[in-house]
Design a protein around this ligand. Structure first.
Ligand code: HEM
Length: 252
């Protein structure tokens, strides 16, 4: 919201609408969730279109202004283009980072020896982020279309086929990561595709990792006795192709 230049007074509504838009990804929505999703996308689109119009007449130092001013070979973005781009940014950047943080908390609390190392050795934080993304990829499946016939191990793939790749499957392949079930923040050469690959490699990879690298040490420093809340079940989200927690209760 800050990068886009959203008025701080509107952030609460903005977060609610952006969470509402993400319900698009849940095929098991209840009727109430569908109503929230429809309301959120409509209200957010109108809100953003207004913001774009304001920036067109009164530029400011933010991403919406940059998008409104962007021009290449005489071509520029319409207000609708910008609204859709921002919605993509919100959906792509919101649940993923939240889920990475939650997964980091859960994995470190489940593995006290790793948490002790994480607290004592800030030099391991970067590697720890990759290990968290390996064992709990927030996006658990990526899609590709085959541009030509190909053979992958014993599978014949035809030109035009859609391929669904499970990142859990890849990340837990012992040929890629030996002893894959163990969560080891000192693992050498962590291999993961949590940000995809190729031309569509995640635009926010640096930002996503930076957020977790700041937030996780801050959280564990501020609450040294952080622990799972007794008697509370950890619940996973229901969202195909995404991996995250819907409930993770803690005590400080
Ligand atoms: C830990 C956090 C994140 C994870 C795990 C993640 C994961 C992914 C994955 C798996 C893809 C698909 C890549 C592919 O198909 O090869 C993707 C694409 C994308 N991500 Fe992220 N993402 C994260 C954070 C963010 C953030 C913070 C933003 C924006 C602020 C963002 C914006 C995008 C966009 C725009 C795309 C589409 C890129 C394209 O199709 O060219 N992501 N992300």
């Amino acid at each position: 919201a800050e990068l886009l230049g959203i008025n701080p007074d509107d952030r609460k509504d903005f977060r609610r609408w952006s969470l509402g838009c993400m319900l698009a990804l849940n095929p098991f929505r209840t009727p109430e969730q569908t109503a929230l999703y429809e309301e959120s996308t409509t209200v957010l689109a109108a809100y953003l279109a207004r913001e774009v119009d304001i920036r067109r007449s009164k530029p400011s130092d933010d991403l919406i202004t940059r998008l409104a001013q962007a021009e290449e070979e005489g071509d520029s973005l319409t207000t609708q283009d910008i609204v859709l781009l921002i919605r993509l940014l919100l959906i792509a950047g919101n649940s993923t980072t939240t889920d990475m943080l939650t997964a980091g908390v859960a994995q470190l609390l489940k593995n006290p020896d790793q948490l002790a190392k994480f607290r004592a050795r800030p030099d391991l934080h970067d590697n720890a982020m990759d290990e968290i993304l390996r064992v709990e990829p927030p996006v658990s499946q990526v899609l590709r279309s085959a541009h030509e016939d190909m053979q992958v191990h014993d599978k014949q793939i035809k030109k035009g086929d859609t391929i669904h790749m499970s990142l859990f499957g890849v990340h837990f392949d012992p040929e890629m990561n030996p002893d894959p079930l163990s969560f080891d923040i000192e693992r050498k050469n962590v291999q993961h595709f949590a940000f995809g690959g190729g031309a569509h490699y995640c635009l926010g990879a640096g930002l996503g990792k930076a957020q977790a690298k700041i937030a996780l040490p801050m959280l564990f420093n501020r609450f040294p006795d952080l622990a799972f809340a007794p008697g509370r079940e950890v619940k996973h989200k229901v969202a195909p192709a995404f991996n995250g927690y819907s409930e993770l209760w803690l005590v400080k």
